[in-house]
Write a protein that binds this ligand. Structure first.
Ligand code: NAP
Length: 484
């Protein structure tokens, strides 16, 4: 069912930062899976580039070990893994200097799609873009892939956009938000715009509210020094959660093409109201018996950075005026789950009387774990004893609906990289979208700084600070349970 794999054209993909954590954990194992599935052509090549002095053979060994470590199941296909490694190369390049660029140029083939993945610190994006042009490695058809974070506020995002735009036009720039590469996120668009059933109800007349939850059980881990300068608002809300909100709230684009989709998402961001301070809660996780506190994790005893944020947002347009969007995300919470829940309004009148209780349809879209969707519908409880109502889920868990083929569903990164090779920007953020998202989040973050706001402590393994619960209780609503 799913496994119809359409091969992409031949390419040379250069991964700057090919020896780094992201490359080893996600990009390289993902590319191997695309190769093993038959999507990556035999002429496709991957070139790792970083400062480390390494031969091609040493890099191949590193790639092999990365696949074995991060995708042991796929690594069992040793025949394909060996063939894949023959397509892997390495050049030592210093993004800040001139060493290695000529050798990189010698390795690249003419008349091939060229893609350059910037899997390095954002401070290197501008200099790599510049050197690609100086050394004549990228023509007008080449693509560059840029990792998050894309700036830390509007000013830095604008500066980054400007420095990339000096060397590449917007149609060449692929800003990754890997949430957009998730199967369910695309399915959300298929469900909304491929069915007659949902779209007529998709507005403030029928939708009571929408909840977006991205909960993690892990702490900041080894990313402490980066995270402490960022916080949940910059690290998660400005990009991932806002992208999900856009896809839920946008008007139907005229076509499923990059600019049509991105134009509609941009309109949503621009229609978002500023968030009142009492509609937002920040939190910071405390120590538990088994784990350290946030401040211990980031080794900053006076840190006021948030590891949790919950907020109530409003979109001022015809479709959504009056329907609140609640978003929350945090670390060290009760369970690892990402869910969008569309909670519909009560039926206007219950013919079954008050004792039948209140039943609401909820469309739950799960991004992880067990990607899929569930629509809660109300039916009669089976058996005698009168008209008792019960809510049952219509379950569309992909793994169950699609059977063994579901395992073939590509991971977000590999899907997005194949889109880069195809030249399809639909699932990538455009420069103006990123800037609009910062323009909305900046006043919130600046407000915290100006007020010396102190995040509320919350217990590891909880659902966040109590104030986050109150945020909804005040409106007579409840968060959905955080569970796997
Ligand atoms: P990392 O593990 O620190 O790797 C950085 C890579 O950049 C290494 O390969 C390093 O190799 C190379 N590098 C450093 N300075 C260089 C230079 N002057 N010239 C050429 N190469 C250079 O970082 P990462 O975690 O992979 O993250 C890479 C990017 O992805 C960052 O922008 C990060 O924010 C983003 N990101 C990462 C994750 C993740 O899960 N890791 C998730 C989302 C986004 P050498 O030292 O050999 O040069």
């Amino acid at each position: 069912m799913v496994s119809r794999v359409i091969p992409v054209d031949s390419f040379d993909l250069v991964i700057f930062g090919g020896t780094g954590d992201l490359a080893r954990r996600k990009i390289l194992p993902g590319l191997f899976r695309r190769y093993a599935s038959g999507q990556m052509p035999d002429e496709g090549r991957i070139i790792g580039a970083a400062r480390s002095d390494m031969t091609c053979d040493e890099f191949r060994t590193m790639v092999k070990e990365a696949v074995e470590e991060f995708d042991p199941k796929s690594a069992k296909d040793t025949e394909n893994l060996e063939k894949f490694l023959e397509r892997v190369f390495y050049v030592a390049v210093d993004a800040m200097g001139d060493g290695g660029w000529k050798e990189l140029g010698d390795l690249l083939r003419p008349d091939m799609i060229r893609a350059f993945y910037f899997s390095v610190a954002p401070s290197l994006f501008g200099t790599i873009a510049e050197r690609l042009k100086t050394f004549d490695l990228a023509d007008d058809d080449a693509r560059i892939v840029v990792e998050k974070p894309f700036g830390k506020d509007l000013e830095t995002a604008r500066a980054l956009n400007k420095s990339l735009a000096e060397h590449f036009h917007e149609g060449q720039i692929y800003r990754i938000d890997h949430y957009l590469g998730k199967e369910t996120v695309q399915n959300l668009m298929a469900v909304r715009f491929g069915n007659m059933l949902f779209e007529p109800l998709w507005n403030s007349q029928y939708v009571d509210h929408i909840q977006i939850t991205v909960a993690e059980t892990v702490g900041v881990g080894g990313r402490g020094s980066y995270y402490d300068t960022s916080g949940a608002m910059r690290d998660m809300v400005q990009n991932h959660l806002m992208q999900l909100l856009c896809l839920i709230a946008m008007e139907p684009p005229a076509k499923f093409d990059p600019d049509a989709v991105r134009d509609e998402k941009l309109k949503v961001i621009r229609a978002l109201d500023p968030v009142e301070p009492h509609h937002i809660v920040r939190g910071q996780y405390s120590a538990s018996e088994k784990s350290a506190s946030y401040r211990e994790d980031v080794e900053n005893p006076r840190s006021f950075t948030e590891s949790f944020v919950a907020m109530r947002c409003e979109i001022s347009n015809w479709r959504w005026a009056g329907t609140p969007f609640y978003m929350r995300t945090g670390k060290r919470l009760k369970a690892r789950t990402s869910e969008i829940a569309v909670v519909f309004k009560d039926a206007p009148h219950s013919i079954f009387g008050a004792e039948a209780g209140v039943h609401r349809n909820v469309l739950s879209i799960r991004l992880q774990p067990n990607e899929g969707m569930t629509l809660g519908v109300t039916i009669k409880e089976p058996g005698p004893g009168g008209m008792r109502l019960v809510d049952v889920p219509l379950d569309m868990t992909f793994a169950e609906a699609l059977g063994p083929d579901a395992e073939e569903v590509p991971d977000a990164y590999e899907r997005l990289i194949m889109d880069v090779i195809r030249g399809n920007q639909t699932l990538f953020m455009r420069g103006d979208e990123v800037e609009a998202a910062w323009a909305w989040t900046d006043p919130i973050i600046n407000g915290w700084t100006n007020r010396n706001d102190v995040p509320k402590p919350y217990d590891t393994g909880s659902a966040g600070p109590d104030d986050a619960l109150m945020l909804m209780h005040r409106d007579g609503r409840r968060w959905r349970e955080i569970k796997e």
